[in-house]
Design a protein around this ligand. Sequence first.
Ligand code: ADE
Length: 248
Amino acid sequence: MQFDVFTLFPEIFSSPLDASILKRARESGVLSVRLHNIRDYATDRHRTTDDTPYGGGGGMVMKPEPIFAAVKAAAGGEQGLPIILLSPQGRLLTQEVAGSLLHFPRLCLICGRYEGVDERVREHLVSDEISIGDYVLSGGELAALVLIEVVTRLLPGVLGDPAATFEDSHARGLLEYPHYTRPANWRGWEVPEVLLSGDHAAITRWRREQALRRTWQRRPELLQRARLTEQERLLLEQWQKETDNDTG
Ligand code: ADE
């Protein structure tokens, strides 16, 4: 998978792309990230990439010409190529959205800065706009890195164990169950007995119930969309009744 990233700060990307999973994915050829400095496409003597907003008000706005020129130089007129603007106004990045981007062999990511980008970039260049959460960063660079990381983990051959992402929080609509490793008793804090039992069916049941309970406690809104069995729904009702009794 190839990412073409358009940014005024390519240096932000160096160390995250040069460690751990992203480094290995790049070395194995599964992932390629090309960084394009938008400033290289500014044509005036001062290499201006931003200007004051029409209508007044504070802050600076990224000019459209260098962004259009950078994308044109890197991507030409490639048909169907997604051009994604990272901005707090975009649709929210979820595990599901990341999964839907896997189908594309190549993605362009534009990182906005300052107060924003000239609206004509949105209207005439960009095909999708993505936010990583309801908060404001100084620019889209960290958001682009998050998107690259989330998508790359899902690419075949990137994680050692192909089942690893299947149990992840959010992969199946629930938060993940708790994990333990040796020692079984540390400072008197014991690992749940079922995990030491060797009874795989019981372990699977326990993990599913823990995932359900954790989601119910921390992110109940996720349960509306999770795929639950009849038995799990009954369990939820039972927990809810117990809480109502305790608080009522
Ligand atoms: N740029 C600034 N804030 C952002 C956010 N929350 N998501 C994506 N890009 C951004």
